[in-house]
Ligand binder design. Structure first.
Ligand code: AMP
Ligand code: MG
Length: 423
């Protein structure tokens, strides 16, 4: 098929497919093995370095889930109300202090230990206060109570010896809370990956500088640095490099001695002033260069000394998409994080679309929900690789896999919410 001259994919030659590149790379990447202990309060979003095994049962003993009366279920009279004398009180942190006998009820508050009983027996049921009537030192229990009601059992949440958290998981508030619940005050986490970030281009200026004719502000460095932080990296902002092979080579070589990974944007295309790729080829090794992804291609993946190099395209949306689809999984692997494939959801497209075979495309969309709960994906009107405002309008991507060439309005398509990508 003839290539259109305004098609930025018109270079010809074989493109590497995204999965092929990722599979090959992931097989060769060695995750960092460095870990450190952090207090729980500083553990959010860090990657757990070791399995956590609980030394405790949670709860440590049977206790009440409500305010009410602790009873033996077998004291309940079938088919009628039951009346039991109330003969004690147990509150959270202050147990009954004696055995509870058959035939008595003990007032019990939420979190209080279920009393022990004589001869290996034990009250096993709590009747909610609201369901009972108090009558002259006795409690009238309603019908329909079931055995074990309102009683939290020992170890029903966590068992002593159980692995509660697995190495490689990202610590969310709930993981941190679960660690606290077993009495763990510090967690072993991976040392963050150190990433050097450069922008490239003679025309690229820092926000705040005054623009000369033809200049643009650097947006990539700011989106990329935040994306890196969102996956837990320590970011080293190394500014903007001129389109000069010597300057680029010096900067990349120097960064390679200090960082685990170098991330650049721009300068990896086929233009005369695109020096980044050539420098990596000369000073290190280049694994892949042109990936079959839109928006995105070209992406350069390589190595300088022991440092992984990822060169993203200059166009801001292409830089973001390729970061999310290529750099992010590589960074997660290098950080010791478990592989987490972003979930996609089937939604109906409200647009038609044509694409090339063997190329993966990410269409920026906003999902709308109608009155019946049906979800449809609306494509952004402006969709160029440089239209950064489209990423603000969008709430996710429709991912069109390599085998798809045509989407009709109403077709079900794979929608990946930005939240699945940490955005
Ligand atoms: P390049 O691959 O270097 O030719 O970059 C392609 C296009 O991306 C350039 O023409 C710029 O419009 C844009 N671009 C490159 N670097 C940046 C940057 N750091 N921030 C915003 N846009 C950029
Ligand atoms: Mg450039």
């Amino acid at each position: 098929m003839a290539q259109l001259t305004d098609d930025c994919f018109a270079f010809g030659g074989k493109l590497t497919q995204v999965d092929e590149a990722l599979d090959q790379l992931k097989g060769t990447l060695n995750p960092s093995l460095k870990s450190e202990q952090v207090p729980l309060v500083g553990a959010l979003n860090r990657i757990l370095a070791e399995n956590i095994i609980s030394p405790e049962n949670v709860p440590a003993d049977n206790n009440s889930a409500v305010d009410g009366f602790s009873i033996y279920y077998d004291d309940i009279q079938a088919g009628s109300e039951t009346k039991l004398p109330v003969s004690g009180r147990a509150i959270a942190g202050v147990p009954l202090g004696r055995l509870q006998n058959r035939g008595e009820a003990v007032q019990i508050l939420t979190g209080a230990l279920m009393p022990d009983g004589p001869d290996g027996q034990r009250p096993d049921t709590v009747v909610m206060k609201e369901d009972c009537l108090l009558d002259d030192g006795a409690v009238l229990l309603p019908e329909g109570i079931y055995r074990g009601a309102n009683c939290r059992l020992m170890a029903e949440d966590v068992q002593c010896g159980e692995t509660i958290l697995e190495a490689g998981c990202r610590l969310r508030p709930q993981e941190i809370g679960l660690a606290a619940s077993i009495g763990c005050g510090h967690l072993p986490v991976m040392v963050p990956l150190k990433v050097a970030v450069f922008s490239t281009g003679n025309e690229v200026l820092d926000p705040g500088d005054s623009l000369f004719k033809g200049a643009i502000y650097d947006s990539n460095r700011f989106t990329l640095m935040q994306l890196l932080k969102s996956v837990g990296c320590e970011v080293n902002d190394l500014g903007i490099l001129e389109d000069d092979p010597k300057i680029i080579a010096d900067a990349l070589l120097s960064a390679s001695t200090e960082c685990d990974l170098i991330l650049t944007s721009g300068g990896v295309s086929t233009g005369e002033e695109d020096h980044v790729r050539k420098v990596v080829e000369k000073e290190g090794s280049l694994f892949f260069w042109r990936l079959a992804i839109k928006p995105g291609r070209p992406v350069a993946l390589g190595q300088i000394n022991d440092t992984v190099f990822i060169g993203l395209p200059g166009n801001p949306v292409a830089a973001m998409v390729t970061f999310l689809q290529i750099a992010r999984p590589i960074i997660l692997k290098l950080s010791g994080a478990n592989d987490s494939v972003p979930k996609s959801f089937l939604v109906q497209s409200n647009f038609s679309y044509k694409k090339k075979l063997n190329r993966r495309e990410y269409v920026r969309v906003q999902v709308k929900q109608n009155g019946n709960g049906k979800l449809t994906a609306e494509k952004c009107i402006k969709e160029g690789a440089g239209i950064l405002s489209s990423m603000v309008f969008a709430d996710g991507f429709v991912e069109l896999s390599e085998d798809i060439v045509n989407v009709e309005k109403g077709d079900f398509v794979n929608y990946i919410p930005f939240s699945e990508l940490g955005l």
